[in-house]
Design a binder for this molecule. Structure first.
Ligand code: PEP
Ligand code: MN
Length: 366
C-alpha cells in the first residue's frame, strides 16, 4: 500500500503520518519524487482499510494498494516516477536513470594482468566509457575453465580505478568475498547464474553499495523483479537491472537471445534503471553494435560492452569481445543515435581519432 501526499505537504506532517503508521506495526518508507512524495507501507497491510489511512490527514491525496508481488521494485510504489541510481566515482557522480545520459560500461570479461586492465581502462575511458568492468571471480560452466584471479585481480581493478578515475563494476559470487569486492567496486555485480542466490541477494542488499542485477539465463521478468525486491527489501535502494540475453533454442548462431522487449515491459512494471549487455547476449563481437543500437532505440539507460586488447588470446569470452579499436569505432557509431534520443553529452568524450576502417559488423567477417 502507498500513501500519495498532496504537493507541498510539510516534512513535519509526513513524520506525523509516519508515526501513526508505525503504531499499526507497519514500516513507513518515504520516497521524495520530483512531483510527489509517497509513503510506502511495508508489512502486512492486508487487514488495513485504505479509508482508515486516508482519514489520518487532510494532506493525503490518495491511498493505493500495490497489487504486484514485487512491491518496492514496482512502478506503483513510486507512483510512476522512475528512480535514479547515482554512483560516486573518482571522476564524479554518474547517474543511471531515464532522464540521464546513457552510461557506458566497458572492459574485459576477466581481469588478466595489470598491463591489460590498465591499457583497456585508459582506452575505454578515452573512447567515452564511464565505468570499467572486469571479473575477478568468474562463474564458468566448466570447473576446468579459468576461474578468475580472485583477490589479486581486485587489486588490479583498484589500480585501474586510481589511474583512470573510472568507476568499477565487478562480480561477487560468494558471500564470503563480499567485503573484499565491495571495497573495490563502485557497483557490485550479481551475475546471471546467481540471480536467485537469495542469501547473496540479502547480503548485497545490506552491504550498501549499488548493485547491478543481471537477469538469470531462464528467468522470467517477474522472477527477476522478485530478486531485485530481495535487495531493496534488505535496505538497498540502488539497484540497476541488466538484461544479458536469455536461453532460447538457437545455440548455433547466437549464445543467447537479447530480450529487447524487456525494456518497454520493465518500463510498465518498475522504476529501476536498465542496462543492456549485448556482448553476453549475442556471444559474438560482430553482433554487438546492432544490438546496442536497438537497445538505445528501445530506451536503455546503460550499456555493458566487453572489450579486450587481444580477444583471440582472452582467457574468457574472447569471441564476444571488441578490440580497443573496434570499441572506439563503436562509440563513434552509436553517438548519433545517442544524440538523437537525447542521451549523449559532452561527457562521452571522444578523444579517439575517427577511424575509417570497416564497421564492426562488416561483411568482412563472412
Ligand atoms: C560477465 O559479466 O562477465 C558475466 C559472467 O555475465 P553473466 O552473468 O551475464 O553471464
Ligand atoms: Mn564475460
Amino acid at each position: 500500500m502507498i500513501i500519495v501526499m498532496q504537493p507541498g505537504t510539510s516534512t513535519v506532517e509526513i513524520e506525523q503520518i509516519s508515526e501513526e503508521i508505525r503504531r499499526l506495526n507497519i514500516m513507513p518508507e518515504i520516497s521524495l519524487g520530483s512531483h510527489k512524495t509517497v509513503i510506502g507501507l511495508i508489512g502486512d497491510t492486508s487487514e488495513l482499510d485504505p479509508r482508515q489511512i486516508q482519514n489520518l490527514s487532510h494532506s493525503i491525496e490518495q491511498v493505493l494498494r500495490v497489487k504486484k508481488p514485487f512491491k518496492r521494485a514496482s512502478l506503483e510504489f513510486r507512483y510512476g516516477e522512475p528512480s535514479d541510481v547515482v554512483v560516486p566515482t573518482p571522476n564524479g557522480p554518474v547517474t543511471f536513470g531515464q532522464n540521464s545520459p546513457l552510461v557506458v560500461v566497458a572492459g574485459p570479461c576477466s581481469v588478466e594482468n595489470e598491463e591489460m586492465i590498465v591499457e583497456t581502462a585508459l582506452a575505454v575511458k578515452a573512447a567515452g566509457a564511464q565505468f570499467l568492468r572486469g571479473g575477478a571471480y568468474k562463474p564458468r560452466t566448466s570447473p576446468y575453465a579459468f576461474q578468475g584471479h580472485g583477490e589479486s585481480a581486485l587489486g588490479l581493478l583498484a589500480k585501474a580505478r586510481e589511474v583512470t578515475g573510472l568507476g568499477i563494476i565487478t562480480e561477487v559470487m560468494d558471500t564470503a568475498d563480499l567485503d573484499k569486492v565491495a571495497e573495490v567496486a563502485d557497483v557490485v555485480q550479481i551475475g546471471a547464474r546467481n540471480m536467485q542466490n537469495f542469501s547473496l541477494l540479502k547480503k548485497v542488499g545490506a552491504a550498501g553499495k549499488p548493485v547491478l542485477l543481471k537477469r538469470g539465463l531462464s528467468a522470467t521478468i517477474e522472477d527477476w523483479l522478485m530478486s531485485a525486491e530481495y535487495i531493496l527489501a534488505a535496505g538497498n535502494p540502488n539497484v540497476i537491472l541488466c538484461e544479458r540475453g536469455i536461453r532460447t533454442f538457437d545455440k548455433q548462431y547466437t549464445r543467447n537471445t537479447l530480450d529487447i522487449s524487456a525494456i518497454p515491459v520493465l518500463r510498465t512494471l518498475t522504476h529501476l534503471p536498465i542496462m543492456m549487455d549485448p556482448s553476453h547476449a549475442t556471444g559474438k563481437s560482430e553482433f554487438v553494435q546492432s544490438m546496442a543500437m536497438a537497445s538505445i532505440a528501445a530506451g536503455t539507460d546503460s550499456l555493458m560492452i566487453e572489450v579486450h586488447p587481444n580477444p583471440a588470446k582472452a582467457l574468457s569470452d574472447g569471441p564476444q569481445s571488441l578490440t580497443i579499436e573496434a570499441f572506439e569505432q563503436f562509440m563513434q557509431e552509436i553517438a548519433p543515435l545517442g544524440r538523437y534520443f537525447g542521451r549523449w553529452t559532452q561527457n562521452h568524450s571522444t578523444t579517439a581519432t575517427p577511424k575509417f576502417a570497416p564497421k564492426v559488423s562488416s561483411i568482412a567477417h563472412i
